[in-house]
Design a protein around this ligand. Sequence first.
Ligand code: ATP
Length: 391
Amino acid sequence: MKIGIYGGTFNPPHAGHIKAAGDAVRVMNLDKLLVIPTATPPHKELPAGTATAQQRLEMAQLAFGGVDKAEVCDIELARGGRSYTIDTVKNLRERYPEDELWLIMGGDMFFSLESWYRFETLLSEVGFAVADRADESEKLREYVEHMRHEWAAKVEFIPERPVEVSSTELRQRLEKAEGRELLSNEVYAYIIKNRLYGAKAQLEWLREEAIKLLAPKRVPHVMGCEQEAVRLAQLWGEDVYSAAAAGILHDITKKCSANEQLLLCEKYGTVTDALELEAPKLLHSKTAADMAWVEFGISPEVREAIRWHTTGKPDMTMLEKIIYIADYMEPNRDFEGVDELRRLAYEDIDQALRLGLRMSIEDMQARNIVPHPRSSGALEYIENSLRQRGL
Ligand code: ATP
């Protein structure tokens, strides 16, 4: 058998790794490609707040799952301590005594080969297949020749165009809600869910995920709510990204039945009260908040804005007010009084909140529904605070 060994930090595994792995299998005609996340790499320190070894292993399993002949192997992580390639090669040689072993690597690693620990022993055990990763194939070809002549090394060049990206650069882009196109969908979702690298979910991705969870008829309302929340955030000096994220996610559990709501409460640890349990429709804002927190890596501020968007509560933050109001009067809403609500929202958001709470409580009373005491508390609080302003 011809076996490739592809070691790396994979922190995280990206499109450059996946392309290089697929190219290596094809060009080198490999029977197997062992993808090996390293424990502590000898040549680099892992950044603070990074993924754990277990998380890098899980991401590698997700990322390379679609690469033909690839198999993720935890041999270095299981061994722990500092990872030297020669130790891994010796272990694999015991497992595969008769087989051809090839180390697959990018140009950056290849250029430093002569300084690797026990380099000459390594040469006698394996061949080297080198992928370009920065459009420097001429320089690589020269180095390949050098290795062949100077050391009689078994070296092959993989003449394929690279995807030019590094994990370091990608981590920086993830912090700015960018870089999703350089990751597999599964790895991207994993990074967001596990809050790795300070990654901020791309709004486009949140929209796609929310739409999967919404009843089709609710989609225009949710998109309207996002746009309205963004406009209000711009006007009232609130964080626009947070307003958009809360708008997008505020109804993600709305279509769930009473029973499903209770299951969500159990799954996401949602704390409920007796009234909410009697009227599980009220639960959707709480379950949406907790689900968004667990699945979509949102901030605590966004979680709270989603949590209180149905009932309101006393002493709301600006973001909470914005989501409450935007949900009430986004452009698809049409009911008596909505124009006044819209006017006030852009003039004095506290007065809009007072009007919204009053209308909502009156509407429930007219329909013989007991309003949740949190709504009455919210109204009382905002009335007091407006009274202090003489309004
Ligand atoms: P970092 O930015 O943290 O240094 P990295 O992107 O270089 O990370 P590693 O996990 O260190 O990723 O790389 C594992 C192996 O994959 C190395 O052999 C490296 O040369 C190769 N490699 C990394 N990125 C690419 C790429 N874009 N194209 C081809 N090979 C790559």
